[in-house]
Design a protein around this ligand. Structure first.
Ligand code: BG6
Length: 480
């Protein structure tokens, strides 16, 4: 591992993302010894005038509260300093640079290098100007190596054109290996497990294709609405918020060919190929919904048609997947909170047990909550009779790995940014290919050509989505 002075600068330090995700993830890394107090300083930057202690107080409420961690939390908070300034004028950034440099001088020995990680917990509209300010005022000037890296969060644009514009603006200032586009689904344990599952198990090689797989579902459900984020959400909708990024990234890992190696470029090369093989989405393979009560939020306009639910079928035009529907489904205010991948196999040809009504083989990977994977199988009903029943081979992480704490997605991803490993980050061409898939549909939704069907909060979403699933050949199975 690299050593030397590390400065982590969280821009937008008093915002929601920073408080709820970034600082708690940094705390967990600190607690596990990944951030050494003699090397690391954390800087919060935002417009509000605050003292160091005032920022620390704001963060503290989002960190673990128990007595046993109190000292750790206090030590961690002492690593944080605050600098205030605007996002478009050099003065604040010059003050920030001065604070970082002082830290570097106090920490560095001659042979060491300095590392500067800028985490933009900010709305994307300010990315270009903030990147410009960082580049001209705060980049690492040490002659001894070291680096400057930028971490950005979605939404990266609203459509293909705006995303490309954003990419070019940032790309003029920083090289691609310096830019880390976070999609936090890539940091989830069972998403990271997909490559291992698929390419380290002989079992799946011959099965993972159109000859054996009938359909694949990638599903995200939340049992709460937009809660206080209505204003933001209404400008984006569920496709831009969840499907175009989180679910599409999962699809890539399910569908891609085996990469040449595990190097980030090899993996991302294969993901891009999958995205480029997706054919235009058909109108009849889209169902949109909006939960009743969504417009009660005063920040949402009364005439809003923004979908809070969508089912969209993607089709991959290649040798492995031709004819296999990939059903992406996401919704807010549904009956449960769950994200899973369901790979449904075809019926057994020449079935002598007449058991197909009990369901098909289905391999389910539950990303959250309670990480698990299980394979639905038909087995003999135990007992004297020769009848069949649907059962599961079940790997529940809580039971099997009960001694292991499964890290939060943000924790892993921030650690990767410090290590400089881009395997779990979205490359520019990948982002472009992802927007190419959804932009035509999104534009038509924006122009009012699709209606979001109403559904009851706490339900499964519009019934039309289940009908679409049936048309796509999904067979409801029993069991879980
Ligand atoms: C975010 C979306 O990217 O992911 C939110 O903007 C959503 O709308 C969240 O609630 C879900 O993340 P997780 O990790 O809780 O599934």
């Amino acid at each position: 591992p690299e050593t030397g002075c590390l400065s982590i600068i969280v821009l937008g330090a008093s915002g929601d993302l920073a408080k709820k995700k970034t600082f708690p993830a940094l705390y967990n890394l600190y607690r596990q010894g990944f951030l050494q107090s003699n090397e690391v300083h954390i800087f919060g930057y935002a417009r509000t005038e605050l003292s160091d202690d005032e920022l620390r107080d704001r963060i503290r409420g989002y960190l673990p509260q128990g007595k046993e961690v109190k000292d750790d939390v206090l030590d961690f908070l002492q690593l944080i300093k605050y600098v205030s300034g605007s996002y478009d004028a050099p003065e604040g950034f010059q003050a920030l640079d001065k604070a970082i440099s002082e830290h570097e001088v106090s920490t560095n020995s001659a042979e060491e290098s300095s590392r500067r990680l800028f985490y933009l917990a900010l709305p994307p509209s300010v990315y270009p100007q903030v990147c410009k300010m960082i580049k001209s005022n705060c980049t690492n000037k040490t002659e001894l190596g070291g680096w400057t890296r930028i971490v950005v969060e979605k939404p990266f644009g609203r459509d293909l054109a705006s995303a490309e514009e954003l990419s070019s603006q940032i790309g003029e200032l920083f090289e691609e290996p310096q830019i880390f586009r976070i999609d936090h689904y890539l940091g989830k344990e069972l998403v990271q497990n997909l490559l291992v599952l698929r390419f380290a198990n002989r079992l799946f090689f011959p099965l993972w294709n159109r000859d054996n797989i009938a359909n694949v579902q990638i599903v995200f459900r939340e049992d709460f609405g937009t809660e206080g984020r209505g204003g933001y959400f209404d400008q984006y909708g569920i496709i831009r918020d969840i499907i175009q990024n989180h679910l599409l990234q999962v699809l890539c890992l399910v569908a891609m060919e085996k990469p040449v190696s595990l190097t980030p470029e090899h993996i991302r090369d294969e993901k891009v190929k999958v995205l480029q093989s997706v054919v235009p989405i058909k109108d009849e393979e889209v169902v949109l919904g909006q939960y009743e009560g969504y417009k009660d939020d005063p920040t949402v306009p009364n005439c809003s048609n923004t979908p809070t639910f969508a089912t969209v079928i993607l089709r991959i035009h290649n040798e492995r997947w031709e004819g296999v529907p990939f059903i992406l489904k996401a919704g807010k205010a549904l009956s449960s909170r769950k994200a899973d991948i369901r790979v449904q196999f075809k019926d057994v040809p020449g079935d002598i047990f007449k058991c197909q009504k009990q369901g098909r083989n289905e391999f389910v990977i539950r990303l959250q909550p309670l990480e698990a994977m299980y394979m639905k199988l038909t087995v003999k009903q135990p007992g004297l009779e020769m009848s069949t029943v649907q059962s599961e081979l079940d790997l529940s992480y809580r039971e099997r790995y009960h001694k292991t704490v499964i890290p939060e997605a943000y924790e892993r991803l921030i650690l990767d940014t410090i290590k400089g490993d881009q395997q779990h980050f979205v490359r520019r061409d990948e982002l472009k290919a992802a927007w190419e898939i959804f932009t035509p549909l999104l534009h038509r939704i924006d122009e009012g050509e699709f209606k979001s069907l109403p559904y009851k909060p706490g339900s499964r979403g519009p019934a039309e989505a289940d009908q679409l699933l049936e048309r796509a050949g999904y067979v409801q199975t029993h069991g879980y």
